[in-house]
Design a binder for this molecule. Structure first.
Ligand SMILES: Nc1nc2c(ncn2[C@@H]2O[C@H](COP(=O)(O)OP(=O)(O)O)[C@@H](O)[C@H]2O)c(=O)[nH]1
Ligand SMILES: Nc1ncnc2c1ncn2[C@@H]1O[C@H](COP(=O)(O)OP(=O)(O)O)[C@@H](O)[C@H]1O
Length: 206
């Protein structure tokens, strides 16, 4: 284990706001970050690959993982399970690397209980109209599923106050730059706290 653990960043927000798009662009710019691949029972979309976008699993398989306490959190979202494998996150943080989770709001709130030191970022749409258009234009959901996702979105936006940061995703590049600033300032903050702590300990010894 490295002296300093990595930081756990949780990127959350309503479906269609652009979490996946922003996360992918962020990872292209910052190869030092590590992405935690979730398990899901949802069917793969065209172009999605097992072990890259998600670990696609059967319901019984995810249920077994839940029973064996192999997930940090899981949530049932629009009829499917989604969950974060524990082992990868713990191991990567112990190696001193920062880990990003891209998860919905119920799951993020559960992560808070186990990782209160995590940094919680809520990605916010410029407006509900824009959000609706982004889900429709993505073209991956039927009309019913778009409506379900929008219903969830309203509930999710109501939870925004529980986050450390709110980032508006007006333009992908701008949203990515805002998240990069958060990553840098969180590292500076932790370094400062560590130095103050060392100083306090030092003066105690004198
Ligand atoms: N709680 C939880 N949510 C997840 C996880 N992985 C993905 N999600 C979220 O589940 C929701 C649905 O994901 P998905 O079906 O891929 O749709 P999309 O994000 O709208 O493209 C999104 O809000 C994801 O961020 C996870 O491991 N745990
Ligand atoms: N800043 C943005 N401006 C315009 N379109 C965007 C922006 N961010 C994302 N999108 C588009 O919105 C749709 C939903 O984005 P996606 O990343 O799939 O969202 P999420 O992962 O939050 O469900 C996609 O078609 C994506 O290309």
């Amino acid at each position: 284990m490295k002296d300093e653990r990595g930081i756990l960043f949780i990127l959350s927000g309503p479906s269609g706001v652009g979490k996946g798009t922003v996360r992918k662009s962020l990872f292209e710019k910052d190869p030092a970050l590590e992405y935690s691949i979730s398990v899901t029972t949802r069917e793969p979309r065209e172009g999605e690959r097992n072990g890259i976008d998600y670990f696609f699993k059967k319901r019984e398989e995810v249920q077994k993982m839940i029973e064996a306490d192999e997930l940090i959190e899981y949530a049932e979202y629009v009829g499917n399970y989604y969950g974060t494998p524990k082992e990868y996150v713990e191991k990567t943080l112990d190696e001193g690397k920062d880990v990003f989770l891209e998860i919905e709001v119920q799951g993020a709130m559960k992560v808070r209980e186990n990782f209160p030191e995590g940094v919680f970022i809520f990605l916010f749409p410029p407006s509900l109209e824009v959000l609706k258009n982004r889900i429709i234009n993505r073209g991956t959901e039927t009309e019913d599923l778009v409506l379900n996702r929008l219903k969830e979105a309203q509930k999710e936006i109501d939870m925004m106050d529980a986050y450390d940061y709110v980032v508006v995703n007006d333009e992908v590049e701008k949203a990515v730059a805002r998240i990069q600033s958060i990553v840098v300032s969180e590292h500076c903050k932790r370094e400062r706290v560590a130095k103050q702590y060392q100083k306090a300990l030092g003066s105690e010894r004198i």
